[in-house]
Design a protein. Structure first.
Length: 256
């Protein structure tokens, strides 16, 4: 309860600060940054409360561009115009701020992917990877490797997609992000299933069994469990293990 009240007071304070003037923009940006991971919808509200005309100076403009782009991405707003995030990329590249540059290049790569420019997106993803390595940031490396896997899947290169999904799993583990690791493992299992070979389907089931075992230790995401059961059905059908497929299909009825 105390945490909820603190977050609500922080949100109100951020919106007020974001509307007062230039000297308070930094406070609003700080608030949005603090909320970004756990309350991205609130972070977006704070960012939208800031009058862009009051954002001044290279550092503040870069942070504003990065946080607004990040908040939109986390709220599933698919952008195709990279002009705003490019402000952040240029600034953090000049300043050699490796962690911020990894963040900015990642989001620019996602925007370019949305725009259908996968080649340029991969170039930015590689820039993001190098920046994250220099920053020794395992969490950003995991996210970047997921992005690279998506790009290789888009290019109909499933083997490279699998390679980078495996790297994403590894780096989520290094970052102690267990739930994100399990989602990455689920994507990896589906990538093996999409190979449409007996070896791929068996490998998929092996990974799904591993997720099932891990999930039982901290069952906190029912949506993950539903996706897990769904992912079992197809490989079991293709391997003609119909009783197993029916068992998991029946388990899905618990979510209806």
């Amino acid at each position: 309860m105390r945490l909820v009240l603190w977050i609500l007071s922080l949100l109100v304070g951020c919106v007020i600060a974001g509307c007062q003037g230039d000297r308070d923009v930094d406070n609003a940006l700080l608030c949005a940054d603090e909320m970004m991971e756990k309350m991205p919808d609130s972070a977006l509200k704070v960012m939208e409360s800031i009058d862009p005309k009051r954002v001044s100076g290279g550092s503040q403009r870069a942070r504003y561009a990065l946080l607004l782009t990040q908040a939109r991405y986390k709220n599933f707003i698919d952008e195709t115009d990279d002009s705003l995030i490019s402000v952040a990329v240029r600034h953090y590249r000049r300043k050699n701020d490796h962690r911020a540059l990894a963040n900015a290049c990642f989001h620019k790569a996602r925007i370019l992917e949305n725009a259908g420019n996968d080649n340029r997106s991969l170039e930015l993803a590689l820039d993001a990877e190098q920046a994250a390595i220099k920053a020794d940031d395992n969490l950003w490396l995991a996210r970047i490797y997921e992005l690279m896997a998506d790009l290789y899947d888009d290019a109909y290169n499933p083997e490279m997609g699998i390679k980078y999904r495996q790297k994403a799993v590894l780096f989520y583990q290094k970052a102690n992000q267990s739930l994100s690791k399990e989602w990455a493992m689920l994507d990896l299992a589906n990538s093996f299933s999409n190979l449409k070979t007996d070896d791929g389907w068996n490998k998929s089931i092996e990974i799904l069994d591993s997720i099932n075992s891990e999930y039982s230790k901290h069952p906190v995401d029912s949506f993950l469990l539903r996706q897990l059961y769904t992912s079992y059905v197809y490989p079991y059908i293709k391997l003609n293990r119909l009783d197993d497929a029916k068992r998991y299909f029946a388990m899905l009825e618990n979510f209806n």
